[in-house]
Structure formats: C-alpha cells, structure tokens
Design a protein around this ligand. Structure first.
Ligand SMILES: [Fe+2]
Ligand SMILES: [Fe+2]
Length: 259
C-alpha cells in the first residue's frame, strides 16, 4: 500500500472570501445580511456561510421553477440555521422566533410570518404537514441541489464534518465521509426528501445514487476533493531501507469562527 501525504489548499476555507454570497443576497437588506453572517460564523462547517449561500441558490432555482416569489427564500436561507450550533434540536424553532421578533425591522412585515414558518419546517426530521408550498419548497432548498457539479460540495461537507467530530486527519475523515454518504445518500439511504423535491429532481437524485455506488471508497472521496482544488496528495518517498520518509505533518487549517 502506498503512503500518501495530504495537504489542505487555501481554497479549503472558502468562507473567508468576503464576497461569497454577495451576488445572491443583493436583493436583501444588507444590514440583515451582516447580522446573519456574523451569527452564522459561530457555526461548524455543516452549517457555515457557504451552506447558507447554497441554500439561497437552491431556493432561487426552485422558486423560479415553481414561479414563486424569490425574496422569502433568500430571507429563510439567511435565518434558518442561525441557531444550529446553539441548540441543534430546537434550532428551527429558535430561528422562527428570531424571525418573528426581528425580520420586520429590515424587510416588509408581510413576509415575516411565511419566512418564520419556512424556518420552522425546514428540517429533514420535520414530520408534520407542510403548511404551504413555500414551506415545502424551502425544505427542499435546504437539501441543496443535486447534480454532478454539486457532488464535490457534498463530499467536502462530509469530510469537514468528520474532521470536526473526530480527532483525525483527512485520510481517515475521507473513510468516515465515504461511509456516511453511502448510508445517507446512497441507494436505500436514510436521507428523507420532500415529495416536491423528488418531483423536481427525481432523475438527478437517482443519478447521484448511481455515482455514489460507483465510488464508495475514501480514495474516491479524496479524488473529488483534489479535483475541486481543496487538497493535494503526494506519495511519501521511501529511503534506502524501504521506510517511508515523512516530510512534514499534514496541516489542517482550523475553521474560522469569527468574520
Ligand atoms: Fe437546519
Ligand atoms: Fe440548513
């Protein structure tokens, strides 16, 4: 077996890019964007700013397909995970309460109630009936869009999450991520998708499951990360006795907690 060394590239911490999300959130009150981005910066990598931006982009796409008003999707994207690392179990309800209390100071009061409900019903674990199409469409947006161009983001989040939860390096985190993705998003996986999501993206979901089945190992996960420019891999050189020579320890840059 070859020994490899993994290095993290500068692109790994893309949340540090101050322009990330600037375009998609242009129609929103910028004071609100600033407050939410500050609160989100305390979250771990599964619910970081790039997740919020992706949910906003997915929301825009779904809203356009269904001919729905796009602004509530941007607002719900900003607010839905504000408390995801404060109280994981209740973060959706805390977000709804925060929206009812604060959103009216930044945006039209007529949007407050629907955005609050979109936040409250966004989770995969939500078991009630959706109170309307906006709520179901936003729960769909939170799952993210699927497609070959989106795979790397799915793997990236899983690896970052594994790194955060386990005291390990990228190789081990890639093994954990590969298993997690097979179990959650592979064929027969436990991930739940809103009916509306399956109606909109059923073909893409099936294709994604095929791709997951065709590359189930940590090495495939690292291929995806490397192709996305997030890591580089080098084979460790061997000395005259055939022992591997470690050049320097692989470095993991800690996640940024403040803007
Ligand atoms: Fe959430
Ligand atoms: Fe989310």
């Amino acid at each position: 077996m070859k020994m490899i060394e993994v290095e993290i590239t500068a692109r790994w911490n893309r949340d540090l890019d101050s322009n990330l999300g600037y375009e998609v959130f242009k129609p929103v009150n910028q004071g609100l964007v600033k407050i939410c981005r500050g609160m989100i910066s305390r979250n771990g990598p599964s619910h970081d700013w790039s997740h919020v931006v992706e949910v906003a982009q997915a929301g825009m796409e779904i809203a356009k397909r269904l001919k729905l008003d796009t602004l509530p999707f941007l607002l719900a994207a900003l607010c839905h995970d504000l408390f995801s690392d404060t109280d994981r179990q209740e973060h959706h309800m805390l977000a709804g309460a925060w929206v009812r209390e604060n959103l009216g100071a930044f945006e039209s009061k007529s949007l407050v109630e629907v955005v609050a409900r979109m936040c409250e019903q966004h989770r995969a674990s939500y078991r009630g009936e959706y109170t309307g199409i906006m709520e179901e469409a936003f729960a769909s947006a939170d799952r993210g869009l699927v497609g070959i161009d989106r795979d790397s983001r799915m793997y990236e989040r899983a690896v970052k999450y594994a790194l955060e939860r386990n005291n390990c390096g990228v190789v081990r985190a890639s093994e954990i991520a590969a298993q997690h993705i097979r179990e959650k998003f592979g064929k027969g996986g436990y991930a739940k998708w809103p009916v509306l999501y399956v109606e909109l993206f059923g073909d893409e979901l099936e294709a994604m499951q095929e791709r997951i089945a065709s590359r189930p190992y940590a090495s495939h996960v690292m291929d995806v990360l490397e192709n996305a420019g997030l890591i580089t891999r080098k084979e460790l050189p061997q000395d005259d006795d055939g022992c591997y020579v470690k050049r320097k320890p692989a470095k993991v840059i800690p996640f940024k907690k403040e803007i």
